[in-house]
Structures are given as structure tokens and as C-alpha cells.
Design a protein around this ligand. Structure first.
Ligand SMILES: [Zn+2]
Length: 249
């Protein structure tokens, strides 16, 4: 379940991410009545089995049984904000009425890792890269997108309009400042992209590297979506709260 919108007196429109039919909007009639037996199974950030009936415009939810409520995730502010971030991106990237098992499995996996208590920023950056990969927007990390050469062990540039890595020879003015791609950030991006989460969780990232990975992936995602990611702001606010130095990423 990705999101809900209240509709009419007691109804709600639910946006579901499904394995076989992509993104689906359904109407849940009477779900806002206190007696609704569907309500507990139809919250955002819930993994559930849903039964639907064909409706005139939208399909109608007739039954729901939750498989995972991700309870531990909901008890932690950083965890739930990361959960909202994941479903916001899934909602933006998912196609309607198209099989989407790879995306579905990725979302389910990311929410499970958050629930298991992994550092939210690491889960989000791993999710970002695999989301781009599975939806056909994988950034170029192996070669310069302009000259095709492998990058030297020096700061290169990250140019989202070009598709990712641009070497220092092709973009000499962009290897310092916001577009600079450090050697360790490039290596971390490559590692996260080819790793399952079990391996990715071994990556050690300090505050500066975490900020650089966040900046580069956010600009890449926003360039594709052509708009801001709302929940990034919430995550920024949370990042500004005081917390132990060891818990950055
Ligand atoms: Zn180049």
C-alpha cells in the first residue's frame, strides 16, 4: 500500500503497488467507519493480500489481509520517514497496469531492512540505486558518458543531465563544488549498485560521504522526476536533529 486519499463521507481511495498489475487505484467503501473490518489492513506502509471486485470506474476493495505491518519501523521516526521516502519514490516510478515484480520485491525488501533496524540512510541510498536500475534509469558509473574512458583515480564530475559520471578531462570545471564526484563516492555507488543489501550493509560511510551520496542520487532522481521528492525534506529536518555521531549512516 503506497498512499490513501479520503473520498466521500466514509470511503477512501487506496493506491496499491502490486506484483502483477503495477500500480492500482481502488476504492475502499466505508473504510473510515469505526466498524470497518478492512481498516487495519489498509494502511500505507502495509504489505497485504487484497481482494478486489470490478467497479465502474475504480475497482472496489472487498477483502484485505495484512502480511506485514512493519511495526518496529513505525516506532522510530527515522525509520518511518525513510519508509515514506521509499513509498513516495515507488509511487512516482511505478507504472499502472504493468507487471512490476522487480520493483515490488525491491520495496518489500527495503521496508524489511528498515524494520530490522538498519540505518535508514543506507537503506535509502541502496534503494535509490536499485530503483533506478530496475526502472531503466541506471546511472553510468563505469565509464565517462562523454568520452567512454574509464575514470582516473581523481575527483570526477557527476552530471545528471548527461547520465552520471563525466571524467575530469571532459568536465574540468566540475570536479570541485556540488558536481564533484569523489573517488570514494564513485566506488561506494558502484558497490551499492552491484550488492544485495546483506553486502551493502557492510559499507562504512562517514557523514561527508553520506551527504555526497545523498546529494548525487537526489539530483539524479529529481532530474528524472522533474520535481522535488517531498519526503527528502522530512529526512533533511530529521538529519538536523541532534543525535549520536556514530549513527550517521
Ligand atoms: Zn570523459
Amino acid at each position: 500500500m503506497l498512499k490513501t486519499i479520503d473520498f466521500g463521507e466514509t470511503d477512501r481511495i487506496l493506491t496499491l503497488l502490486t506484483r502483477h498489475f503495477g500500480k492500482v487505484s481502488v476504492v475502499a467503501k466505508g473504510i473510515r467507519k469505526p466498524t470497518s473490518r478492512l481498516a487495519g489492513h489498509a494502511e500505507p506502509l502495509t504489505h497485504a493480500t487484497y481482494q478486489l471486485a470490478r467497479g465502474r470506474n475504480l475497482d472496489v476493495l472487498t477483502g484485505a489481509e495484512s502480511l506485514a505491518l512493519y511495526r518496529e519501523l513505525r516506532e522510530d521516526l527515522g525509520g518511518i520517514a525513510a519508509g515514506w521516502y521509499i513509498v513516495e519514490l515507488a509511487d512516482r516510478f511505478a507504472m499502472e497496469k504493468a507487471p512490476s515484480a522487480p520493483l515490488f520485491d525491491l520495496v518489500e525488501s527495503a521496508l524489511r531492512h528498515l524494520t530490522a533496524g538498519h540505518v535508514p540512510a543506507l537503506v535509502c541510498r541502496w534503494f535509490d540505486l536499485h530503483l533506478l536500475d530496475r526502472t531503466g534509469f541506471r546511472p553510468e558509473l563505469g565509464h565517462c558518458v562523454q568520452c567512454g574512458e574509464g575514470p582516473a583515480e581523481e575527483p570526477n564530475a557527476w552530471i545528471v543531465e548527461a547520465g552520471g559520471l563525466v571524467c575530469a578531462r571532459c568536465a574540468p570545471g566540475s570536479t570541485v563544488g556540488a558536481l564533484a564526484l569523489s573517488v570514494r563516492a564513485l566506488k561506494s555507488l558502484r558497490f551499492l549498485l552491484v550488492s544485495d543489501f546483506e553486502s551493502a550493509s557492510l559499507l562504512r560511510v562517514d557523514e561527508a560521504l553520506a551527504a555526497e551520496l545523498d546529494r548525487h542520487l537526489r539530483s539524479f532522481l529529481q532530474n528524472i522526476l522533474d520535481r522535488e521528492i517531498h519526503t527528502s525534506r522530512l529526512l533533511d529536518e530529521l538529519a538536523r536533529l541532534p543525535r549520536p555521531a556514530a549513527a550517521i549512516l
